[in-house]
Design a protein around this ligand. Structure first.
Ligand code: BES
Ligand code: ZN
Length: 577
């Protein structure tokens, strides 16, 4: 039997039985901040001997075969990035196993919010499993190489709250007392990082026959307005990439502590409330998460070294959707903003050029630490380069056959390259693809976005007429106090609801040493837990005033997710704060 670890971030051994399907039965104990219950793993093929599962901070109470017979297991000492290996000894011919366990109050995948931290003053719980946090929720083979269906998931929760899962809802049962059980199943095979659920006092507004938005009551109307175009986006994506394979497309607006802009949980995108700006100017986040239904969720990266296959393809798909809905100009503006983000990241990673390659070697590196805009924007540039090399019709045909060939599979960069060579021989070489994939930085001949409008905006010949145009202008504005005051007077930047605009403006204010800049930063940092805004603001603050940065963090920390805390703490340390 071959024994090999196929994923640098998982103990999963390719020579051992592979999980095909799971059941979950969990009770959410808000008082003790833990989930307790059991997971059942069913294997693809019967097997015996050792099976290694991933776990993090779990308390294991019992491990049994499917017939109930207790099994021997050994929980190894925790390793900082991977967590603790749980090795179970299976009898010959085992078809699965069942584990009773409970999670830790500090489980990295979970955030338990106090009533005071939500709009409706009710408790709230949510999960965020990507990239390697599912193991803190349940012991399993936590690698995207292994796709699982969920036969049945049961969540016992306080009956005044409701569970939503990135799965098909199967109703609710009364559990007696003040509790109820919400039931789900997930028939499409997903990588474990797409397991997701949330528990809260949630309301729904329909957007179309297959799309709805969920949130706390206080924001549900605002959310329905902001995301009214979701159905159109799915339709545009279907035209480009083929049928939507996940039945429903719902959106859940998270509390402000949600650490990402969005998360592509299947059937149920999680999205930051910071996109609720009232003018639909940040809906590219929905285009992005919806696009993941094809790129990422249907064709999935085999492990974190190939993360660009998820995000680069998705940024490319997102901009094609925007182009279909809003026109070429709008897509080019987004690409220009992305180019700017990428330049900032390349500077940040000047001392770690390996992290600026598309294909990475993350052995011994926490994928949350390696996270950056490189797989997104450099990945986008490579795909755009390939498109420009073969022309759009041939490229679009390739994309559809790529998605068809690898649907519901998890693949490596080499598998992409081999398929590209078969379908479009010689194109990778002509485009210089390997320079993007294994070379640092951005190749000199990388495609630059262009449009007459963009040129005029950059030369200051025209006034920005929407928030995206304003963002592009802001990105090319120098940190000059007089200039910033003028912009603020003209565009009210310091009062904007859009943190996309406001955080960029505040960064410039700090750099220009303007009075009030630190307090403006503080307000942003207390308003959101989205890492996209925390990272640059804390970095800039810590460079200038480490004590103040630390001080603001202490004040804001309670409102951040544990992933965000880890990231901000590492960054403050790095800056000597
Ligand atoms: N899948 C990512 C979020 C993610 C990546 C979570 C890695 C954990 C680990 C999601 O699709 C994403 O890219 N979100 C972006 C949205 C943006 C590109 C529109 C974000 O959060 O900023
Ligand atoms: Zn994404």
């Amino acid at each position: 039997m071959s024994c090999m670890r196929l994923d640098p971030h998982s103990y999963t051994d390719s020579g051992q039985p592979q999980t095909r399907d799971i059941d979950l039965a969990l009770r959410a104990d808000f008082q003790h901040r833990m989930l307790e219950g059991e997971i059942t793993l069913r294997f693809r093929e019967p097997g015996g001997g050792a099976i290694d599962l991933d776990s993090r901070e779990l308390r294991i109470d019992a491990v049994a075969a499917l017939d109930g017979a207790l099994l021997r297991y050994e929980l190894a000492a925790a390793e900082p990035i991977l967590g603790a290996r749980l090795r179970v000894t299976l009898p010959a011919g085992a078809r699965g196993l069942r584990i009773r366990y409970r999670t830790s109050p500090t489980a990295s995948a979970l955030q338990w919010l106090e009533p005071s931290q939500t709009a409706g003053k009710e408790p709230f719980l949510f999960s965020q499993c990507q990239p390697i946090h599912a193991r803190s929720l349940a012991p399993l083979q936590d690698t995207p190489r292994i796709r699982i269906t969920v036969g049945r998931a049961r969540f016992k929760v306080p009956s005044r709250l409701r569970t939503l899962m990135a799965a098909a809802a199967k109703g609710r049962e009364d559990a007696g007392g003040s509790e109820a059980v919400d039931l789900f199943e997930m028939p499409q095979p997903i990588p474990p990082y797409l397991l997701a659920f949330a528990v809260g006092d949630l309301e729904r507004r329909e957007l179309s026959a297959r799309a709805a938005v969920w949130s706390e009551r206080a924001v549900v109307d605002a959310a329905a307005y902001e995301f009214a175009e979701a159905e159109e986006m799915i339709r545009a994506a279907e035209k480009l990439f083929g049928p939507y394979e996940w039945d429903r497309y719902d959106i859940l607006v998270m509390p402000p502590s949600f650490p990402y802009g969005g998360m592509e949980n299947p059937r149920l995108t999680f999205v930051t409330p910071s996109v609720l700006v009232g003018d639909r100017s940040l809906v590219s986040v929905i285009a992005h998460e919806a696009a993941h239904a094809w790129t990422g969720n249907l064709v999935t990266n085999a492990n974190a070294n190939h993360f660009w296959l998820n995000e680069g393809f998705t940024v490319y798909a997102e901009r094609r959707i925007l182009e279909a809905l809003e026109g070429r100009e709008s897509a080019e503006l987004h690409a220009a903003a992305g180019w700017h983000d990428l330049q900032v990241t390349l500077e940040r990673f000047a001392a770690r050029p390996q992290l600026t390659c598309l294909r990475t070697d993350l052995r011994g590196i926490d994928p949350d630490e390696a996270y950056s805009s490189v797989p997104y924007e450099k990945g986008y540039l490579l795909l755009r380069k390939l498109e420009e090399t073969v022309g759009r019709p041939a490229w679009d045909a390739f994309l559809r056959s790529y998605l068809g060939r690898f649907r519901f599979q998890s693949i490596t960069t080499d598998q992409f390259l081999e398929f590209l060579e078969t379908e479009l021989p010689g194109v990778a070489a002509r485009a210089g693809a390997l320079e993007y994939i294994d070379g640092p930085g951005v190749p000199a001949d990388a495609p630059r976005s262009r449009s007459p409008r963009l040129d005029q905006l950059r030369r200051g010949e025209v006034e920005p007429r929407n928030p995206t145009e304003l963002l592009v202008v802001l990105q090319s504005t120098p940190a000059d106090a007089a200039k910033l005051r003028e912009l603020d007077a003209r565009w009210g930047l310091s009062q904007r609801r859009s943190l996309e605009l406001r955080h960029n403006f505040v960064l410039l204010q700090i750099r220009a040493g303007m009075p009030g800049a630190v307090d403006a930063a503080r307000r942003v940092l207390l308003e959101t837990g989205r890492m996209r805004y925390l990272r640059p603001l804390y970095t800039e603050l810590a460079r200038r005033d480490p004590a103040e940065a630390r001080h603001i963090y202490e004040e804001a920390r309670a409102g951040y997710h544990s992933i965000a805390r880890t990231v901000v703490e590492a960054l403050l340390k790095e800056q000597g704060a």
